[in-house]
Design a protein around this ligand. Structure first.
Ligand code: MLT
Length: 268
């Protein structure tokens, strides 16, 4: 049974599963927007056989309270704080999309906590003017209509056509995760993503083994973004997830998990 906790020393909610002290480092999972740790169900089920898996609700999502201000770097500090509270000296940190922005901030601010990095369907660059305007529109939309309506609009972008047509259970599960997010937490994350710092200058300093994953049909953070990460992070490996869009971990969990398993095995 997973341990589900909101520790008093940290305001981050999480599930902690798998062997307490496995042969390798713990695997920390950081979710996409506007979701929570529930999106990692297929990974927790499969990967806890091989690693201690800690799935986290980023500040303002799921059961984690929203801090007065949510920033990508503040979220990275909160994750580092949780690892310290759990007495986990080093972890392999896997972030998907928004979770990847936080993972990259961890690499810049808490490199000593990292045993490895998995960057899935994410990017290093900042929002351009058009993207920033889109964030502002989404902030008004989520405040007026809530998170479920915002996610409904995002669906055609974040899931490939085949997933939307052939995997109604996956679509339903994601809708239910997105639908339980509080509008204020979602709005705060939109501000944080709109204003996030450029992660490109720090990529050359990443010195831990890194796996870059991307759904081959991802149109939000496409192959080009993944190729940019892989080109700048020394010794990293790029793996395409076939038949998957932006949320590759739920669209093709078998391929996603296989790539993560292989990466974890290569570290131990
Ligand atoms: C996500 O999936 O976390 C978002 O698409 C990230 C973003 O909007 O930049």
């Amino acid at each position: 049974m997973p341990l589900s906790k909101l520790p008093s020393r940290s305001s981050i909610a999480y599930d902690d599963t798998g062997p307490e002290r496995g042969p390798g480092a713990a695997l920390v999972l950081l979710h996409a927007f506007p979701l929570d740790r529930g999106m990692w169900k297929p990974q927790v089920a499969a990967l806890r056989e091989v690693a201690r898996v800690i799935a986290i609700d980023l500040p303002g999502f799921g059961e984690s309270p929203a801090p007065p201000e949510f920033g990508i770097e503040g979220a990275a500090d909160a994750v580092a704080g949780l690892l310290a509270a759990l007495d986990v000296p080093k972890a392999v940190v896997c972030g998907l999309s928004m979770g990847g922005y936080v993972a990259l901030a961890l690499a810049r601010r808490h490199a000593d906590r990292l045993a490895g990095l998995i960057l899935a369907d994410t990017r290093a660059g900042v929002d351009d003017t058009q993207a920033k305007a889109g964030r502002n529109k989404s902030i008004s939309a989520v405040r007026a209509q809530g998170s479920a309506a915002l996610f409904e609009e995002m669906l055609p972008k974040v899931l490939c056509e085949a997933t939307r047509s052939n995997k109604p259970d996956v679509v339903q599960q994601l809708k239910s995760v997105a639908g339980r997010q509080r509008a204020e937490g979602v709005a705060a994350a939109l501000v944080a993503m709109r204003d996030r710092p450029d992660a490109n200058p720090g990529l050359k300093d990443i010195a831990v083994p890194t796996l870059v994953l991307v759904g081959e049909l991802d149109t939000v953070t496409p192959g080009l973004s993944a190729a940019n990460l892989a080109a700048q992070i020394r010794g990293s490996r790029l793996v395409n997830i076939p038949g998957a869009g932006h949320l590759s971990n739920v669209e093709n969990p078998a391929a996603f998990n296989a790539a993560v398993r292989e990466f974890l095995a290569s570290l131990s």
